[in-house]
Design a binder for this molecule. Structure first.
Ligand SMILES: NC(=O)c1ccc[n+]([C@@H]2O[C@H](COP(=O)([O-])OP(=O)(O)OC[C@H]3O[C@@H](n4cnc5c(N)ncnc54)[C@H](O)[C@@H]3O)[C@@H](O)[C@H]2O)c1
Length: 363
């Protein structure tokens, strides 16, 4: 694995849209990270981001990749572009941080991973829920034996009312490609947002997910627009213990979900043979509850002094990429882990499409 050519990691951000607001934080705050370039096909976005980050602006990815000042790229574009852009970046010898979902298929993913191996640079699949402090704390409690053997992981997503004044301003262009499965790779909720929830499904149990079953409804919003919700997805982990997980996704289109970001919130419940953990918030703030509650042996512990700003998870995920390059170590999620979450996610899409249980092994 190669390291960066300077004592800083100099990044070119590819795609300066909505999420670049959060992905840029780690680059700005890490004392050895630096944004040196942005590439965006949209001239206004490119000029605005180049001014904001005081960096070069490129309309063409190839020109950014030819820039010797760029050590790494952070790819923040619509999903159908991820594979080709990542492959080009590896061929140019760059380290690559690739937003979730990394690719549309496992075939594409394997092509990207092969290029990463050939380049010998760092390949990180970027998934920020893995770094959200309440989730990190829950994993620590699991590691300390706070629930005994994990027997069940339950994730519930509450999608709320969208529109002006509801959470973040999200431009219609930022949603239009998501509503087209050929560009998004699947449903906006179960494939795009889903990658986070499948990652949560894998975060608290070390055994692999083996079998997946999904019910995914489609809501017709009119004007040719559809949302893939509600959904109920369940899975079984491998290993000798019987362990299951589930993800319940509800789009409550008239529900107010308080949020500084997307109008959505995710809760997690982890049950083991001797304890339970509840993680009560993520992107939004649906109820005013302690972010993390733990029960074991008749004692309830509520964790209030914990960072809950969702942006923190982005900062820490980016820090992980920068540190992986500087320390010449694999990032979290590396290619194998990113592939496992993608396979899990694709298994759910296939299960819903074919109305049957899907094994990961058959993909
Ligand atoms: N981790 C998270 O929670 C999270 C949240 C939102 C988005 N994302 C991911 O971030 C990525 C971008 O999402 P977004 O919401 O910012 O989308 P967006 O539509 O707001 O931004 C995408 C940007 O890419 C630019 N672009 C399009 N084609 C390009 C090309 N060929 N070369 C360079 N730039 C190009 C667009 O002009 C736009 O500025 C997606 O992969 C998405 O899944 C992750």
């Amino acid at each position: 694995m190669s390291t960066t050519s300077t004592d800083h990691v100099r990044v070119g951000i590819v795609g300066g849209g909505r999420i670049a607001d959060l992905n840029s934080i780690g680059w700005i705050e890490h004392d050895r990270g630096r944004i040196v370039a942005v590439c965006d096909v949209d001239g206004e976005t490119r000029a605005q981001r180049a001014a904001e980050w005081d960096c070069k602006g490129y309309a063409e990815l190839d020109d950014l990749l030819a820039d010797p000042d760029v050590d790494a790229v952070d790819i923040l574009t619509p999903h159908h572009l991820h594979a080709t852009q990542a492959i080009s970046a590896f061929r140019a010898g760059k380290h690559v941080c690739l937003q979730k979902p990394p690719t549309l298929s496992l075939t594409e993913f394997d092509l990207v991973a092969a290029e990463a191996t050939e380049a010998g640079t760092v390949f990180k699949v970027y998934e920020n829920f893995l770094f959200y402090p309440p989730h990190v704390l829950a994993r620590k409690i699991v590691d300390e034996g706070g629930v005994g053997d994990v027997l069940s992981v339950r994730v519930i997503t509450a999608g709320g009312r969208m529109g002006v004044g509801q959470g973040w301003d999200v431009a219609p262009e930022s949603n239009s490609w998501r509503l087209d499965p050929s560009l998004c790779g699947g449903g906006m909720m179960t494939f795009d947002h889903g990658f986070h929830c499948f990652q949560l499904g894998r975060m608290f149990v070390d055994a692999p997910v083996e079998r997946v079953h999904a019910f995914i409804n489609v809501i017709d919003l009119g004007d040719g627009l559809e949302i893939d919700a509600p959904a109920l997805i369940s899975w079984q982990y491998g290993g000798t213990l019987p362990r299951y997980g589930s993800w319940e996704l509800i789009a409550s289109l008239d529900l107010d979900v308080l949020s500084d970001y997307y109008v959505s919130d995710d809760r997690v419940e982890i049950r083991g043979n001797s304890g339970i953990i509840w993680v009560n918030q993520c992107t939004g703030r649906l109820l005013d509850e302690p972010p993390v509650v733990h029960y074991q042996d008749g004692i309830v512990r509520s964790f209030h002094r914990i960072e809950t700003d969702w942006a923190t998870s982005f900062r820490d995920a980016t820090f992980d990429f920068i540190d992986a390059i500087l320390e010449n170590r694999p990032p979290r999620l590396d290619a194998a882990a990113g592939r496992a979450t993608l396979a899990f996610s694709l298994a759910a899409q296939l299960s819903a499409a074919e109305h049957r249980e899907v094994t990961i092994a058959e993909l």
